[in-house]
Structure formats: structure tokens, C-alpha cells
Ligand binder design. Structure first.
Ligand SMILES: [Zn+2]
Length: 139
């Protein structure tokens, strides 16, 4: 069982993660959560543990879709770098058809995920500002 399931503030932080997952990585969110807890003298959790909790235990679609898009985009960039290949014998550079096909499949999978998400939330960086990223409650 998730060790954070018994934390009294887990619902508050879970809601924060669900709301902000589209514009911050699990580790970035964990950093903010741990800073908030430390301000209140709670030091029993660490950033890596909270980030792992977000990535492995949170199945809310907003969190999963954002995580999957990030993972696919990382893979897409890696495959994109290997679309051109050089023949070791001739030295000729050409297009690697297998990698192009893989790239196109990844882009297709990303498009399907974007259709699942709330487009306003998935438009990265659209409304990022310090105020809305803060975990602090308004006074
Ligand atoms: Zn957990």
C-alpha cells in the first residue's frame, strides 16, 4: 500500500498534483510539496519518495496523460536523432525507414493522448505564473 495514503495532507497535495501535472514534472511537484511540508516542520518525506509516489501510485488521468506525453516526447526526441543513418561502407547518409516509422507511430500515440486531455491544461506554459504554481493557500 502507498505509504502516503495515511498522510493527513495527502488529499490536498493530490489535488495540487492533479491540477498542476500538465506543467510540472513529478519531481518539480515533489520539490514544492516537500518545501511546503518543511515550512511546517515535517521532514519525514523526501522529494524522490514523493516523486515516485506521483509517478507510480497516482492513476488520475490528468497525472497519467501528462506523464505519458512526457515519456513519449522524450522517446520521440531520441528517435528523431536517429532518423538519419550513415552506411559504414559507403559513408552515405540516408533516412532510416524503421526509425521514421517508429517516429510517426510515437507522434500518432501522442496525438491520441492529447485528444484525451483537457486542451486548455495541455497547452504547456499557457498560464504559468508563480501565484498559481504555489501550494500555499490564499490568506
Ligand atoms: Zn504513494
Amino acid at each position: 500500500m502507498c505509504k502516503y495514503a495515511t498522510e493527513t495532507r495527502v488529499v490536498e497535495y493530490s489535488n495540487f498534483v492533479i491540477k498542476e501535472a500538465h506543467r510540472a514534472t513529478p519531481l518539480e511537484l515533489a520539490t514544492q510539496i516537500c518545501a511546503d511540508l518543511q515550512r511546517d516542520g515535517v521532514d519525514s518525506v523526501n522529494e524522490a519518495g514523493v516523486a515516485r509516489h506521483i509517478a507510480e501510485h497516482m492513476t488520475h488521468p490528468a497525472v497519467k496523460v501528462a506523464t505519458l506525453i512526457r515519456e513519449l516526447d522524450s522517446t520521440r526526441r531520441t528517435v528523431h536523432r536517429s532518423i538519419l543513418s550513415t552506411d559504414p561502407e559507403s559513408g552515405q547518409t540516408g533516412v532510416d525507414v524503421n526509425n521514421v516509422n517508429t517516429y510517426v507511430r510515437i507522434v500518432g500515440a501522442m496525438q491520441q493522448l492529447y485528444k484525451l486531455g483537457d486542451p486548455s491544461k495541455l497547452t504547456f506554459g499557457q498560464c504559468a505564473d508563480a501565484e498559481t504554481l504555489s501550494t500555499k493557500k490564499p490568506p
